[in-house]
Design a protein. Structure first.
Length: 269
């Protein structure tokens, strides 16, 4: 029996693909995403001259940070809005519109890096097999992603709000949040040796995000909110904030998202 988040992911491939990003708003209000990715960048420890692929590079901050450490980096993202924004910000970088399920490079890379992106890619076996094909012998895959239990409060508040407002919708979520065992098994199945697999709660302050949980849903869940009649969305999100506030607002009044992460290093042997 698959766990609930994974069942959603399997059903929801088309919902994930429907997500359209507001890349400028993302940079303005969600800069904590690349900022918190520095921990996994340190784990990657890119070396001068290494070839690195940044999978799901978003608007490019960590791709630029990898380049600053002297590596030859290619950033890819499947969102045209994000790639356009990344190219505007970092015109000197090699940034490509591409799908992680079907990577295709002329030359292999020494490492694949990914921060906060893999959970958006809803056919995990295809993605891992695809990553494997671009890595040479000894290549490493270093990544952080949402894990089982990620955003459970945010998601629960949305479902509870829909129920309270009598909205007759079966909200499909576009994400894949595996357990450590599940992710390790998938990695091993395509030929990786798992060197590190961390499963950690990482409560994440939404410091610049306007309107708390509602703002989070507007940024990250447009494809979910599209399943709700448009004229009910404001009311739904106001109710989400009311329901989520006791769990997700800390003593100083800051909204804190209930993120749970998998951080892993896997090698080709
Ligand atoms: C995350 O980084 O865990 C995440 C971000 C947006 C939507 C879902 C999960």
């Amino acid at each position: 029996m698959l766990d609930a988040p994974f069942r959603h992911a399997r059903r929801a491939a088309s919902v994930a693909e429907m997500t359209t990003w507001d890349a400028a708003a993302y940079d303005a209000s969600f800069s904590f995403v690349p900022a918190l990715g520095v921990a996994v960048l340190d784990l990657l420890d890119p070396r001068p001259g290494e070839r690195v692929l940044d999978l799901g590079c978003g608007s490019g901050d960590l791709t630029a940070a990898i380049a600053e450490r002297g590596a030859d980096v290619i950033g890819i993202d499947s969102s045209p809005e994000m790639i356009e924004r990344a190219r505007e910000r970092f015109p000197h970088l090699d940034l490509r519109l591409a799908d992680g399920h079907e990577l295709d490079l002329d030359e292999s890379v020494d490492a694949v890096f990914s921060n906060a992106a893999l959970h958006w890619m809803t056919d995990p076996d295809a993605v891992l097999a695809s990553v494997r094909t671009v890595l040479g012998d000894g290549g490493r895959f270093v990544a952080e992603m949402g894990a089982a239990g990620n955003v459970a409060q945010l998601t629960g508040a949305l479902r509870a709000a829909a129920f309270r407002l009598d909205l007759d919708v079966d909200l499909e979520l576009p994400w894949y949040f595996p357990t450590p065992a599940e992710q390790a098994r998938r990695l091993e199945q395509v030929g990786f040796v798992v060197r590190l697999m961390e499963y950690v709660d990482r409560p994440t302050p939404l410091v610049d995000c306007p309107d708390g949980a509602a703002g989070w849903w507007r940024m990250f869940g447009p494809s979910v909110l599209e399943q709700v009649p448009a004229h009910r969305v404001d009311e739904l999100l106001a109710t989400v904030n009311e329901i989520a506030r006791p769990q997700l607002v800390d003593a100083s009044g800051v909204w804190v998202a209930d993120y749970v992460r998998l951080r892993f290093v896997a090698e080709v042997r």
